[in-house]
Ligand binder design. Sequence first.
Ligand code: C2E
Ligand code: CA
Ligand code: CA
Length: 415
Amino acid sequence: MSNDNNKLLILDDDALIARTISVIGESAGFHTRTTTAADEFFELVDTWTPSHIALDLVMPDMDGVEVLVELAQRRCRARILITSGVGSRVLDAARRSAVEHGLTIGGVLAKPFAPGDLRQLLADQKSEIVDIEPDPHPDTDRRRHEISPEDLEAGLERGELELVYQPKVNCADSALAGFEALVRWRCPERGVVPPGLFIPVAESSGLIGRMTREIIKQAIDWFATDLRSCPRIGANAWHASLLGKLTLSINLSARSLDDEGFIDFVHQNCCDALIDPDNLVFELTETSAMEDPVGSLDLLTRLRMKGFQLSIDDFGTGYSSMLQLVRLPFSEIKVDKSFVMSASRSEESRAVIRSIVELGHSLGLRATAEGVEDLDTMEYLKEIGCDRAQGFLVSRPLSGEQALQWAQQHLTSWR
Ligand code: C2E
Ligand code: CA
Ligand code: CA
């Protein structure tokens, strides 16, 4: 008997193909239902709550992309397998749009497919954890996400902001190259709140300046006191010399650059902690750096003149002009993770990564790829000469203490 995580609903206007998928699905241990009509399909989505959906993207009487949008509006939690005879670029675009709508795509299969490929894809799904429970309290969920500036300010005052650290390694030899600090809000009522939910509130309410100073203080303190003075690591002279070369990356919102005295604040903190500004990298997103090109140019130039490094984050997702990139004094370019995460299955993504790395190198910038999740992608990055990599393959973001342990283990096993 199939359990709730093994329900595959198939929508394909070709009844024979639907039947074939169904037979393969049943043999892979799925309980299946097939339909060729959109009405019946959505009724089954609601009443039968499939854990998986196989969807043909191109059907004569229906638009598969519209079906995806409708599924997203219904907050469908099933894993979706897209099948279609359209070219790989179109399939890729459909996958991206579905993910941007919040759907979970289990895989994409170009038609005609060999039964073995579908069997493999279905087998892969079963090893993934599936959470098909529809959100029982969508409103509570929304309220949870509604963060008022007052709540956030109170949290800031109570010292509830914490940083986690994600390692970066050199692509060529996998040596530890540094860490990126990422902020979390440990809120007593909401649990751990990710930055995507509260940074925008901080930006629009004017809290971002204070918050950024708090983040910088904590990050420098961890880097200088915990990491660089860690007796477990520094006892080995060779490790100690490596510690001196590590970089600490901190994300800056463009709004924090409006903060009078920001540069002096950072500089003073570095001096107090005996950190060379060259060990600090400030990451700014492409779009935010371009918002006020003239103001940014002044401030970023001053930061660079003090010796800090600057990185252009999420490169490839904004609307930068080549001119701005050349004008602004960046020292690093970060390839956006949307390209990196899809590199192993998308030739287009690989081409974008390669051009960004080449563009960066031609301007004398270090290239870092974020969102590296698999070995094939790591190999590819090495092959094209990308400098650094960061992502779940190397490590997830870690608490301060875990990051120390990770560094210690990595340094010991690396040499
Ligand atoms: P970001 O700067 O692009 O940071 C990378 C995000 O990707 C992080 O999410 C990280 O956890 C995630 N990530 C890293 N490796 C992988 C991977 O292999 N796969 C996947 N799927 N994701 C990966 P996080 O921590 O939720 O941060 C989200 C964004 O919030 C950051 O994007 C950054 O723009 C912003 N942010 C984080 N910390 C701060 C901060 O201290 N200040 C400011 N102003 N913004 C921050
Ligand atoms: Ca970043
Ligand atoms: Ca990024």
